[in-house]
Design a protein around this ligand. Structure first.
Ligand code: HEC
Length: 98
């Protein structure tokens, strides 16, 4: 009985790590290198920004018109679905100062 319960909890946790939450978290790791939230830095804080704002910024970076920015390079490799999902994830993060 107790053994079965332990196994159930373990499988549940592993499923979460491999399944739903992982992709956005992993993508965001590459973002947080720059957008790490250092208040003295010049790179804007993105955690907790509204979903709409993130989505339109990221789509803007994805467009050829904005190819002069650093961000263009990072967004170019993401599909529209990944951008949408990432915007949702980042908007839900704690730590935003705005
Ligand atoms: C090499 C450093 C670097 C990395 C990595 C990076 N960014 Fe940025 N980001 C910037 C800079 C610098 C700006 C300011 C605008 C510009 O110059 O392009 C910016 C701007 C932004 C903005 C606009 C913020 C606003 O106020 O509207 C968003 C959204 C954003 N980045 C999201 C991301 C996401 C999501 C990732 C990961 C896929 C990421 N960034 C990775 C440097 C980076």
């Amino acid at each position: 009985m107790a053994k079965g319960l332990t196994l159930g909890v373990f499988v549940g946790t592993a499923g979460m790590a491999l399944g739903q939450a992982a992709p956005d978290q992993i993508t965001y790791l590459s973002c947080s290198v720059c957008h790490g939230g250092d208040p003295s830095g010049s790179i804007p804080e993105i955690r907790g920004l509204p979903y709409d704002r993130l989505l339109s910024s990221l789509r803007g970076f994805d467009g050829a018109s904005d190819s002069s920015t650093i961000m263009h390079r990072f967004v170019a490799g993401l599909t529209p679905a990944e951008i949408d999902s990432l915007a949702r994830y980042v908007s839900g993060l704690e730590g935003g100062t705005r």
